[in-house]
Design a protein around this ligand. Sequence first.
Ligand code: NAI
Length: 268
Amino acid sequence: APAKPVLLTGASGNLGRVLARELAARGWTLRLTDLAPFPDPLPERAVFERMDLADGIGLLRQAEGCGAILHFGGVSVEQPFGTVLGPNIQGLYHVYEAARREKARVLFASSNHSIGFHERPGQANERIDVDCAFRPDGYYGLSKAYGELMGRLYWDKHGVENVNIRIGSCFPEPTEARMLSTWLSYADLVRLVDCAVTAPRSGHCVIWACSDNPASFWGRDHRDRIGWQPQDSAEAWRAKVGHITSGNPVIERYQGGGYTAIGYSRQT
Ligand code: NAI
């Protein structure tokens, strides 16, 4: 387990609850925080405090003495610009300021929606690498691109290390054809977070967070720097979900799937 406590934002959310349970089981000392109450029994060694990411001073206090901040809190689906702005831009700034003061490493829950308007590859040699252009598929994805760039800035200017994981679809199991490409198992997520925090050095890195899916859209990234390899695969669900598609040509064309079609008004 890491020598210093680890702060987890978004602890009451879907992924936060998985991480709180599984990292505590690995012996980690966790500080949990969220706007919403923590719905589960508190894991061993963990403390929970309700807080809004808008509270920059509160975050400084919560991060005191922490070696890493796992930033999973904020708006996690497509929303109007004004709804995304506070939690995902201002809140993210508060997280990075706290990390700078503590010399803590940040793990940022980025998203495939920061690059969602890349077309799906026809074959494996057309997979995109993490240095591809940002092509956000909405205001949510745009905030994730901003978050990755915030990490770039804080590493270059202040030496704040950060690992940006572009999460595909992290759910108990794949439920549609697209997830045969994008699915990330909970077990692979937990191993990824473990590697990201315990690796001796990370610098600024960006990692495709999906399992070892043969149908993945994604190629090279910086996983070797933290020693992560996914162990699960979505392929076992092909017979069950491979036929489940949207029938919408926009959704099926682009990597971001359903998010690309929200409010879509392009004619050509
Ligand atoms: P979630 O919506 O279940 O959890 C987000 C948590 O953030 C919620 O508990 C919410 O109360 C909290 N939150 C929202 N606004 C806040 C604020 N102003 N102050 C403090 N807390 C606030 O989302 P989920 O699925 O657990 O995702 C976690 C992170 O991973 C998010 O950043 C999401 O964007 C990212 N992600 C998740 C994916 C997935 O497949 N589940 C895919 C790509 C990215």
